[in-house]
Design a protein around this ligand. Sequence first.
Ligand SMILES: Nc1ncnc2c1ncn2[C@@H]1O[C@H](COP(=O)(O)OP(=O)(O)OP(=O)(O)O)[C@@H](O)[C@H]1O
Ligand SMILES: [Mg+2]
Length: 144
Amino acid sequence: MEQLFVSSSTQETQAIAAELAAKLESGTTICLYGDLAAGKTTFTQGLATVFGFTRLVSPTFLIMREYPVSHHHTIKTLYHLDLYRLNSVEEIKAFDVEEIWSDPTNLLVIEWPEKFVDILPKKRIDIFFKATTENQREIRFLTH
Ligand SMILES: Nc1ncnc2c1ncn2[C@@H]1O[C@H](COP(=O)(O)OP(=O)(O)OP(=O)(O)O)[C@@H](O)[C@H]1O
Ligand SMILES: [Mg+2]
């Protein structure tokens, strides 16, 4: 299924993310594609608010950040992974990603998944970000 949103502000992008988070099925991995500054981390911040986190920052240098979720019926841990700096499948496997996405109590959000499309889980939502003007983003959801 494909869905297209047009966002005119960071707040709107975060609201679209929060709406998705509220109706997520457990065991779904979220993959965020798009250029630098397209809005992937901004979107993840909106999603994280639903799980009680208002200060999520980009995991770029750490690669992965983990957030324990305390008040959700199915999701116990939110993982935010940024693959920008990784170059091989071995490197990403070292972060135990397969174990993380196989556990339905985890919600895994991945920035820069395009390098590793072959190993991504089947149960995922692909989200493509495109900057059309300084403050406008096209956000395309593709549910598998
Ligand atoms: N409609 C919008 N939606 C999202 N971000 C927007 C929008 N309009 C402007 N911006 C700005 O664009 C930037 C998006 O940065 P963000 O860190 O979310 O991008 P990113 O895709 O995670 O980049 P990177 O690949 O470097 O991690 C922010 O500075 C944000 O304020
Ligand atoms: Mg980012």
